[in-house]
Ligand binder design. Sequence first.
Ligand code: NAD
Ligand code: UDP
Length: 313
Amino acid sequence: MKKRILVTGGAGFLGSHLCERLLNEGNEVISLDNYFTGSKENIVHLMDNPFFEVIRHDVTMPFFIEVDEIYNLACPASPVHYQYNAIKTIKTSVMGAINMLGLAKRVKAKILQASTSEVYGDPQVHPQTEEYWGHVNPIGIRSCYDEGKRCAESLFFSYHRQNNVRIKVMRIFNTYGPRMHPNDGRVISNFIVQALKDEDITIYGDGSQTRSFCYVDDLIDGMIKLMNTQDSFTGPVNVGNPNEFTIKQLAELVIKMTGSKSKLIYKPLPEDDPLQRQPDITLANKELNWQPSIELQTGLAKTIEYFKGIAFY
Ligand code: NAD
Ligand code: UDP
């Protein structure tokens, strides 16, 4: 049955892939975005579809629409961008969640929150399970994002308990792929762009910190599967690829795959940069019947092809 679905942050990296997938599945999709880090370029190929609508709006302001489902993705995700206006980032997470939950309550829509592995902060438990409460610096430079997302999770569960809103909370771990912005500032886009330009590859710290990278197609599969679980399943649930790499290993792999002449250079590690991160995906496996299938090399090859095809030089 055709559903009417609202995607906030629909013109962003993940949002644009989600809109595309939902349209391909035969749904009516509305993208809501203020284009802070997203771009119409990401969704222009969908605009011929009569079942796709595009709305310029800021989630910190109330919004009214009749929909069956809401995916709440609106929020800058890269540290560079979310720290650019920390107060706005908090407003986007918190007021955005309140506005979208209020809408979900009013129209009885099911609502999914794009939460993050950042709720675990610099984790003292490894790999991270959903039971772990996290280790977040509440006043550090990452706190606008981390605490904003933690408050949003709290709001989701409060609306669920108090108003029976049907919620799904997804803790997304580092995801990459085509349509990341070349100036996004996240590690994979930075390294690929630097390698393609034969510029120095900027490793922050000594490169021994780890991340586990999930390709966007796998992530979107998990997101839609989560939305389609029974109402009794709320999450939070980790979705990410457990294959863990050091940042130095990633840099070396990108240089090898691009055949670049770039050299590695070392810059100071940003404040509160988590030392390690790896999802425990046992719960996603059990409840969503989900696991990633795309290895880093395969996903990187597709992402490198994408960056070769866009003009950022
Ligand atoms: P992105 O920056 O590409 O997309 C975010 C989108 O939200 C952009 O289109 C931006 O313009 C829009 N936006 C920002 N503030 C807004 C506001 N106030 N009102 C309306 N729109 C607004 O980032 P992404 O990687 O696609 O991330 C999407 C979501 O997933 C975010 O909520 C992010 O926190 C979450 N997430 C992403 C990752 C990842 O690795 N990509 C990891 C964890 C969580
Ligand atoms: N990083 C890096 N060089 C860059 C960009 C990022 O070494 O040009 C490091 C960063 O310090 C962090 C890791 O790569 O340890 C992942 O950073 P990203 O901003 O992609 O995501 P997050 O820190 O939110 O996981």
